[in-house]
Design a protein around this ligand. Sequence first.
Ligand code: C2O
Ligand code: CU
Ligand code: CU
Length: 504
Amino acid sequence: MRLSRRTFLVGGGVAGLGLAGFAARSLLWRDSSPDLQALKIPPLLDARATSGEFSLRVQAGRTEFYPGRYSNTLGYNGSYLGPTIRVRRGDSVQVNVRNDLAETTTVHWHGLLIPGPLDGGPHQPIAPGQTWRPLLPIDQPAATLIYHAHVHGLTAEQVYRGLAGVFLIEDEEEQRLGLPNDYGMDDLPLVLQDRQFDDGLLVLPSGMMTLMQGRRGNVVLVNGTPNAVAQVPAGLVRLRIVNASNARVYDLSFEDRRSFHWIATEGGLLERPVQLRSIRVAPGQRAELLVDFSNRRPVGLLTAADPNAGMMGMMRGMGRDSITNLPFMLFEPVAVRGGRAASVPKLLVAQERVQPSAATRRRRLVLNMPMAGMMGRGMMNREVSGDGRGQAAPTAAPFTINGKPFDMRRVDERVRLGDTEVWEVSGEMMSHPIHIHGVHFEVLSRAGRAPQLLDQGLRDTVLVQEPAELLVKFTKRSAGAPFMYHCHILEHEDNGMMGQFTVE
Ligand code: C2O
Ligand code: CU
Ligand code: CU
């Protein structure tokens, strides 16, 4: 018998399970009577099931995060977040994106290796009422990607309000491994977003702290669900962690400190599973995990402190917040007949390694955050006006890369198609998640030493402060529309910590 989420969750859903039981067995759960909500699973849009074509409608709406409290939000084909798009390697997928907002947006396929004009970055704006129709050739291994708004100056706000979703690529190699892949049952997308709620309503934080450290919140939503509980089969379950937060870095572990297997990065499957007890996931990053729930005990998922907590001491409140070290979601294993035996493959996929000796050029990027200059201009006390819109204030371009704030008309780097290069990236003041469009890369070194365990695999986003050397292979043409590289703290990006490059 196959699991059906509907069977799980109808009839009062979680309420029928006895909340007291959860609270008693999950010792760290923050409250003796938490208002647990069944984890929302984004609807699946499988391109193969819709003859290779699908449509997204970007819309404004109202979302009931807490009972009876309706927040103004944005979403794709719904009021908050979007469907999970599933495509297959080798296919070409026709997408129609209609913008029903009153403002311009874009849809960026973060992690997809495609030519520049299809990328959905700042150079492919969709005006209100317009439809954008890219034909996406899927030409990379199975992986978990993310799609999100990327209109320059409004990326942070549009993503914060809900414009993000999951994009899955399947291929034959991955299917042959027999990993859990029953979407929404034993293969769950977990979109993590900390958001600020005030009396049950979503609010948009603003002000200088928000600008410096990025927008943060007091609640972790998982697929748009606060206090989420997921019923899972009592066996091996695949979790696809997607960090779609504006700024928060998660350091995830289970409250009982159980181990799990890490199987995939942004670029897809690792060569072999890595057993861990915690994993760090920065904004823009994804990680796939295999977790064994066969002991049938409910368990919470929590995050340790953000490594950027307490940056400069003046970033008050972080680390003593309502999120750190408290479970933000629960898993409730349920026995099912025919449930999957817990067996983790020893080997995943062979990777073709790019040799560092193939690199023909070295470039250096420094992500600048000139705090001293800002304080000198008295900006630390300045609140950004009213509802927090327009954080890209004309008086300030405090965030730069190599001293230059982003300029859509300036190409910062020119790369030759097919080349391999070493990009040495470092960040000032704090850890910054650097993301490069249109490529996969490997971490060669950190602070002059061998990369860390968690650096392995093909990446499109990594956290840097001390210089890291990235081995980048450029395989897709920019074809007239440059690719971006930027900090994935979206407030940094919107305010200038972004550059662009061509590949020709
Ligand atoms: Cu996920 Cu340029 O972004
Ligand atoms: Cu991207
Ligand atoms: Cu940054």
